[in-house]
Design a protein around this ligand. Structure first.
Ligand SMILES: [Zn+2]
Length: 300
């Protein structure tokens, strides 16, 4: 059996690092005044995640499709205040909830110029975990670093905060992979990047190029089918990774999309899911379910 993880990085619309700010700034807010950019809440726009994710959310709920969400705590906190009904729809038992920073911090300060001190990083990951657990009345065990960048302290911090797994590292592979334990005992679920010389031509398993119009749905579907066909080992997984706002916001054009375009983007993902569901020996799951089914999670 090959596992497929649908992973949604649920963040503010197009979260990007800004020099001199520890929190991310939404791309649509980048031309705002300095006092807005300096405020972690005011510099967060969530319109795209709400409008863009609405249609696919209904599909996922209707299908009861296991999905893992890595929530930026600020975004989900804002949703709880402004769109409580949306939060309710996200609160499904077949949706796994993980952490994706509090304000989508660049933990190593690579682009903000402000690396986080160890204690500061500990405090903010703790705060994010507690807020998400509180909002969904559930235990959170998974983490994905904003920008897929772990600091030298992150894994130890995750262990100390009772996270069981992380998913912030790319691994080159042309087939499904298995997770491994890091030096602190945190299980790492890498994200596949296919080799340049493979049939899939150096594809990150993020759907970024699909939503940006750089790769067509036909190519994406055939690449995932190729990845699955290359996979012969049991209990391996492939993750499909995407951003909540990407159905409704285009980075290169720097604009929000029409309802028609949102529908088109939703149909692309539905098509990919449906094509994968047709393949025998493959099933949609989540890292937590993988750990449970492989008896690596003993606290539940
Ligand atoms: Zn993100």
């Amino acid at each position: 059996m090959i596992y497929i993880f649908l992973c949604v990085d649920f963040d503010r619309d197009a979260a990007f690092p800004a020099l001199g700010h520890k929190h991310a700034v939404s791309q649509p807010k980048q031309a705002e005044m300095q006092y807005i950019l300096a405020d972690p809440e005011k510099s967060a726009e969530i319109q795209g995640s709400i409008e863009g994710f609405d249609q696919i959310l209904s599909v996922l709920i209707q299908k009861k499709l296991p999905t893992v969400f890595y929530f930026e705590a600020r975004t989900i906190d804002l949703i709880s205040k402004r769109h409580p009904e949306f939060l309710e729809r996200l609160n499904q038992s077949f949706f796994e909830k993980g952490v994706h920073g509090y304000d989508h911090e660049d933990l190593v300060g690579e682009e903000t110029g402000l690396p986080l001190e160890k204690q500061e990083e500990f405090n903010l990951i703790k705060k994010a975990k507690e807020r998400i657990e509180e909002l969904f009345s559930t235990e959170v065990i998974g983490f994905r670093a904003p920008y897929m960048r772990l600091s030298e302290n992150t894994q130890k911090i995750l262990k100390d905060l009772d996270f069981v797994y992380d998913s912030s590292i790319y691994q080159e592979s042309n087939k499904a992979i298995i997770p491994y334990s890091d030096e602190h005992g945190v299980i790492e679920f890498p994200v596949i990047k296919t080799p340049k010389e493979s049939l899939m031509k150096g594809m990150y398993t993020y759907l970024w190029p699909l939503f940006e119009g750089k790769r067509g749905i036909k190519e994406i579907v055939s690449n995932y089918i190729q990845l699955i066909h290359n996979s012969t080992e049991d209990n391996t997984y492939i993750s499909i990774n995407l951003h909540s706002w990407h159905f409704a916001y285009n980075i290169e054009q720097n604009c929000y999309l029409s309802q028609k375009k949102i529908r088109k983007n939703t149909e692309f993902l539905v098509k990919l899911i449906t094509k994968i569901e047709e393949i025998e020996g493959v099933h949609f799951s989540t890292p937590r379910l993988w750990l449970e089914e492989n008896e690596l999670l003993n606290n539940t």
